[in-house]
Design a protein around this ligand. Structure first.
Ligand SMILES: NC(=O)C1=CN([C@@H]2O[C@H](COP(=O)(O)OP(=O)(O)OC[C@H]3O[C@@H](n4cnc5c(N)ncnc54)[C@H](OP(=O)(O)O)[C@@H]3O)[C@@H](O)[C@H]2O)[C@@H](O)CC1
Ligand SMILES: [K+]
Length: 509
């Protein structure tokens, strides 16, 4: 699903009015009707007090139209207008007249100086103050109003966006933002919904297709793409009948150190579980028994050194290298790593200590084959690109690194983002239980496995991240977030692929 910028959405709005030959007022009515229907479906006429706060732009116009529908259906609505300036939009004004004429229930004008209306914990608050048109930080009385709403336990529903949140640009520090419990957002989700410093303001969200011009949306270059279940279905490559293990590639996991052999086991195990035809673990000599007893399907190649990797020689042809899990940063390993990546000519996957070595010895970055995949968590990313002040800057820095070295970055976290040049793919599966040791080793093994099976590196990363999250979601259903551990994610890879094509209603999930 495309994620468009606030500017693109405004253009889509204009294109829609033209192509569908409708007025902006008619589009606003369509939007309000769709939001009302969803609220009505859930509330089912409940006599709960509903307080609708409306700004004086088009977001406020939406709010007034929603209020009118709710009043007409017998809900207990109080409508407030934050009447802070004279610049009211035309469609706001039309809906202001309409709610007065039709319902005779006049909105309360708040003069933005005096008291803030009382809000009780049992109220439902509808936030229609600002949407995509926010153009400066919120301060003064308005910031106090936001704080008062946030201080209550009233269930808060945001229209299009929580007010105060910017759709796609850096949010100034300590901005006043409404903390929504649920957001009805129009046509596409906004980039800030997925960023660590702003995502929590959105609550759960629901994208409402408001029928904006498909021709405009199809040609628009998105600022990011949300990888949903449907997108993942389209990437999946089913196997053909007359094939053999050679058709599904060979992964060599270069991993492990005397105290971190588990990382090597998780990485190689995930490569097998994700479908590679063959997997070899290149490990320190003493790790042989651990690997062979843990994973009977995996072959081993042993380093001369008992405890650490010292000279990585791989006497096989045509394989995909996954390097880094648990290798440590001993001097011998750093030199061996440099040599190993220099000899690679096709894309590899670099994780964990492999990334830390690259951060310390930046010259090695030039030796990384084009289209290789780097899978940093935020600590590793910071070592690679330096500190950032906000999520927007984090993403910009990742894009720069990706372009400079022609590599793909998988920025791990809630809503993992895969960055390839200016293209960003945001993952929609997974849960907080996946923040657990070894989860990254499993992901690195999975992505390498998919490249070995013939997926283009970028799609291997995007699909691998989705299935990794989906496997985590399946594990969480039986083990809770707390009981989720990396080896379980790996064990559920196959189930997650099956689930991708199961009718969600039939499987009740
Ligand atoms: N895209 C679509 O297809 C559709 C979009 N629709 C809806 O339109 C919404 C966008 O509407 P919009 O452009 O009128 O902007 P909006 O969010 O109401 O804010 C503008 C107002 O806020 C004010 N203001 C801004 N910042 C402020 C601040 N910090 N502190 C105080 N005031 C501030 C600003 O004041 P001014 O700058 O004029 O002084 C102006 O009055 C969108 O989110 C969706 O809900 C649907 O109806 C139809 C389909
Ligand atoms: K809003």
């Amino acid at each position: 699903m495309k994620i468009l910028s606030a500017q693109q959405l405004a253009q889509a709005d204009q294109a829609t009015l033209k192509s569908q030959n409708i007025t902006s007022d008619e589009l606003m009515e369509r939007v309000a009707q769709l939001v009302f229907e969803r609220m009505h479906q859930r509330l089912n006429g409940a006599p709960v007090p509903i307080k609708i706060f409306c700004g004086i732009g088009n977001n406020g116009g939406d709010g007034l139209a929603i209020a009118r529908h709710m009043i007409q259906h017998g809900y207990h609505v109080t409508t407030y207008i934050t009447n802070c300036s004279k610049h009211r939009s035309d469609d706001f004004l039309k809906n202001y007249e309409r709610i007065k004429d039709i319902t005779k229930d006049w909105p309360i004008l708040l003069d933005c100086k005096d008291d803030i209306p009382a809000i009780d914990n049992g109220d439902i608050v509808v936030d229609a103050i600002f949407g995509t048109g926010l153009n400066r930080p919120v301060d003064g009385w308005m910031a106090d109003l936001f704080e008062a709403i946030n201080a209550t336990q009233a269930f808060t529903v945001a229209v299009d966006m929580p007010s105060g949140l910017l759709a796609d640009t850096a949010q100034p520090e300590n901005s006043a933002i409404i903390k929504a419990d649920h957001t009805f957002t129009f046509q596409t989700p906004k980039l800030s919904f997925f960023q660590v410093d702003t995502g929590d303001f959105v609550g759960t969200f629901e994208v409402i297709d408001i029928g904006l011009d498909p021709a405009y949306i199809n040609q628009a270059q998105p600022i990011a793409t949300l990888i949903t279940r449907e997108a993942a279905q389209n990437i999946y490559k089913p196997r053909k009948k007359f094939t053999h293990k050679g058709d599904y590639g060979h992964v060599v996991c270069v991993a492990g150190h005397e105290s971190t052999m588990g990382a090597a086991v998780l990485c190689a195990g995930a490569a097998i579980n994700a479908g590679a035809g063959k997997v070899t673990a290149y490990i320190p000599n003493d790790g042989d028994i651990i690997m062979q007893t843990s994973l009977p399907e995996v072959m081993t190649l042993l380093d001369d050194d008992d405890h650490a990797l010292s000279d990585i020689r791989i006497p096989v042809k045509d394989y995909v290298m996954c390097i880094g899990p648990g290798i440590g940063q001993d001097d011998v390993t750093v030199s061996a790593f440099a040599k190993a990546i220099k000899y690679q000519s096709s894309p590899i996957v670099i994780d964990a200590d492999g990334l830390n070595i690259l951060a310390n010895k930046r010259a090695f970055l030039k030796e990384v084959p084009a289209q290789s995949i780097l899978t940093p968590h935020d600590g590793e990313l910071e070592r690679l690109v330096g500190k950032w002040n906000n999520s927007t800057e984090r993403l910009e820095k990742a894009k720069e690194l990706s372009k400079k070295y022609d590599v793909i970055l998988v920025l791990k976290g809630a809503h993992t983002m895969t960055v390839s040049g200016d293209h960003v793919y945001i993952n929609d599966s997974g849960n907080p239980g996946m923040a657990t040791a070894g989860s990254g080793d499993v992901l690195a093994g999975m992505i390498s496995s998919l490249i070995a099976q013939g997926y283009e590196p970028l799609m291997a990363a995007v699909f691998g991240v989705y299935i990794h999250g989906a496997a985590g979601d399946l594990v969480a259903q039986s083990y809770a977030h707390e009981g989720l551990k990396a080896s379980l994610i790996s064990n559920f890879i196959g189930a997650a692929i099956l689930q991708l094509f199961r009718n969600p209603e039939a499987s009740n999930s």
